[in-house]
Every structure is written in C-alpha cells, then in structure tokens.
Design a protein around this ligand. Structure first.
Ligand SMILES: [Zn+2]
Length: 194
C-alpha cells in the first residue's frame, strides 16, 4: 500500500494486487475523518462571517453650507437575498459632513446621503459604505421595514469587465438624487430606463 502525500490516504500499487475490497475500505475509512474535520472547520468559520457583503466609495458633488447631496448606489447583481444592513461614513477634504442613507429595504440598491452642516462649502465629499447580510434569512436594512412603493427605474452599468455590466437593476426614482453609481465598478450609470 502507498499513501497520498498530503492526507496520507492509502491506495494499492502493483505489489498489492491480491486484495480488492480491503483497499476500498481502508481508503474510505481514511477519507471520512478528513472530510468530517474539514466540514467542522467550514461550519465554525461560516458561523462568524456574513452571508453576503459589499462595500464601496461614492463621490458626492461639492455642497454649500446647509445643503445635502444623495447618490443611488447599485449593489453587485444577485449579491443579496435580504435587504442588507448599510453602514456609511463620509470623508471630506475640508469639512465635517455626516452621512446617511434612505434606509433602503431593497436587495438591489440604496441611496447614499451626506449633508454639510458647516458655514463653508464642503469639497471632496466621498461616502464610504458597507452593506452586510449576516445570514441567508436576515439582514434587515431598517428597524421598522416599510414597503417601498415609489416609482422605480432600471439602472444598467455598461463598464467593460464590470460584473454588473448589462444587468438591469431596479432603483428608486428619486428626484433629489444627483446621479446613480455602480456599486461594483464605481462608474456613473447613465442608462436609466423606465
Ligand atoms: Zn459597473
């Protein structure tokens, strides 16, 4: 009998030709504990990590004092099966601008928002975002979910090589939004079809 170099699983070679089922038995008995140990390791790991995640950065146009801005961000197509928890924070070159969201209950997009509460124009605004669905059945994006009944349009990214390219993603048709951004390639989406 020889054994494989990594797990030491037994297998017959030319000198072992007088046996048959014993080889299968010894190999099966060697494989089973290895598979079991790996399954336990994977189960322990997946208990600690989210079911699905996405993250990105989205630039917001400069904002005058007491003015807010918002941009629609599409998630990677098919990433979420439940509305994820969205966490945002804003970076600015010269100011302090709090970030927020629309509390989206969508599995396909959310609206990133920021506001300039200072007395000078805020420039270089970028909202950093993380969307997390912890398990296959949970990840509510809002403490008290409400149906989103407003009008929607389909946003389609056309960036070459982007995994979202060509996929129409429904988003809220919000007139306050300055633009729509692909959450995968960060490019502005101009293909907005009703
Ligand atoms: Zn894209």
């Amino acid at each position: 009998m020889k054994t494989t170099p990594i797990y030491g699983w037994p297998y017959p070679d030319s000198a072992d030709h007088t046996r048959t089922w014993e080889y299968w038995q010894s190999l099966a008995l060697a494989i089973e504990p290895t598979v079991k140990a790996n399954a336990n390791s994977i189960a322990a790991l997946t208990a600690k990590v989210p079911f699905a995640m996405a993250a990105g950065k989205v630039a917001i146009a400069d904002r005058n004092p007491d003015q807010g801005g918002s941009v629609v961000v599409t998630y990677p197509a098919g990433r979420f099966t439940q509305a994820p928890v969205i966490t945002v924070g804003t970076a600015s070159v010269n100011s302090y601008a709090p970030a927020g969201t629309d509390g989206s209950t969508s599995t396909t997009s959310f609206i990133a928002k920021c506001y300039n509460p200072t007395t000078i124009a805020a420039t270089g605004l970028v909202v950093h975002w993380t969307a997390v669905q912890m398990t296959s059945s949970s990840g509510p994006g809002r403490a008290e979910p409400a149906a989103e009944t407003g009008p929607t349009v389909n946003a389609t990214c056309h960036t070459a090589g982007c995994s979202n390219a060509g996929t129409a993603i429904p988003i809220a048709d919000n007139p306050d939004v300055e633009r729509v951004v692909c959450g995968v390639c960060s490019q502005t989406i101009t293909d907005l079809a009703a």
